[in-house]
Design a protein around this ligand. Structure first.
Ligand code: SAM
Length: 289
């Protein structure tokens, strides 16, 4: 068939041929707009020097475009019903490996070692299942894999939280957790009408690249994460009140916290949303708890 999988007519045909019904519980909203697929591909700037990990290939609309440009594509799909369909729709592409696994349970480092040659840059490119956007992202970032870029479609609201600057009301612990490691850019806002079935919300294509301006890093990443989460626990309270709730209210803790805040020149009366990523890093290192 000459038509790309990601056209509405071809997608309909594939769904009919295999009698496939959507599983809402798996976030199955298939992309049926070649211009948007192209936008994802362009954002990821793929060449044959790249290997790609895709999460949730569905019936293969994005996978096909990836396979045409990248060196190898490794795709993880949880829905076992889609595996034989993908074998069919992607039969022409010898550089695609589809694995029937839950991305949240899979050992990405091992999969990469077993299926990719280790000689190519690795990018993640995916139209994510929205019900698990955040856990997938955090899992990718926590894996020790050195992705050169992550280009993912997600719900617009989450994209805006990820990309927020300090002071913005959607700037929060997720923003800090992600921006600590990656530069976040919203490449494109995508209307819900390009999906079958339509989701309830608009989407966005987000590009995550490694930060190059990172001058300071947390001495203890776990302690840093704990500080960030604790600082945002009660958004309307001051940083000081959140820190006391997190570390304790006794006199020696108060003295320790006051000294740390003074050392990094952060006023205890501020709110967490006013702290930059660097502020959090410095504060975590100064508190050292
Ligand atoms: N890539 C296709 C496209 O763009 O049309 C499908 C995208 S659809 C939004 C999300 C896909 O992720 C579905 O195929 C779904 O079955 C799959 N999926 C859902 N949960 C998953 C998980 N935990 N691990 C791997 N794939 C998952």
């Amino acid at each position: 068939d000459e038509r790309p999988i990601g056209t509405r007519s071809r997608t309909r045909e594939i769904l009919d041929t295999y009698g496939l019904s959507f599983k809402k519980s798996l976030g199955q909203n298939f992309l049926t707009e070649p211009a948007i697929l192209n936008e994802i591909i362009t954002t990821a700037d793929l060449t044959t020097t790249d290997d790609v990990i895709e999460i949730g290939p569905g019936i293969g609309s994005l996978t096909e475009q990836l396979a045409q440009r990248a060196h190898e594509v490794l795709a993880l799909e949880i829905d076992q019903r889609l595996i034989p369909i993908l074998a069919d729709t992607l039969a022409a592409y010898k550089n695609v490996t589809v694995i029937n696994q839950d991305v949240l349970k899979s050992d990405l480092a091992t999969l990469v070692r077993d299926h990719l040659d280790g000689k190519h840059q690795i990018k993640v490119v995916a139209n994510l299942p929205y019900y698990i956007t955040t856990p997938i992202l955090l899992r990718l970032l926590d894996s020790d894999l050195d992705f050169t870029q992550i280009v993912v479609m997600m719900q617009r609201e989450v994209a805006e939280r990820l990309a927020a600057d300090s002071g913005n009301k959607v700037y929060g612990s997720l923003t800090v957790a992600v921006q600590y490691r990656m530069q976040v850019d919203i490449a494109h806002i995508v209307p819900k009408t390009v999906f079958v079935p339509q989701p309830n919300v608009d989407s966005a294509i987000v590009s995550l690249t490694k930060r190059t301006d990172c001058t300071e890093s947390a001495n203890d990443f776990k302690a840093f994460s704990r500080l960030v989460k604790g600082s945002f626990a009660k958004r309307r309270k001051s940083l000081w009140n959140n820190l006391l709730a997190l570390y304790g209210k006794d006199e020696s803790t108060r003295e320790h916290l006051t000294a740390a805040l003074t050392a990094v020149d952060i006023s205890p009366g501020k709110r967490a949303e006013q702290l930059s990523i660097t502020d959090f890093v410095r504060l975590a290192n100064a508190i050292n708890l």
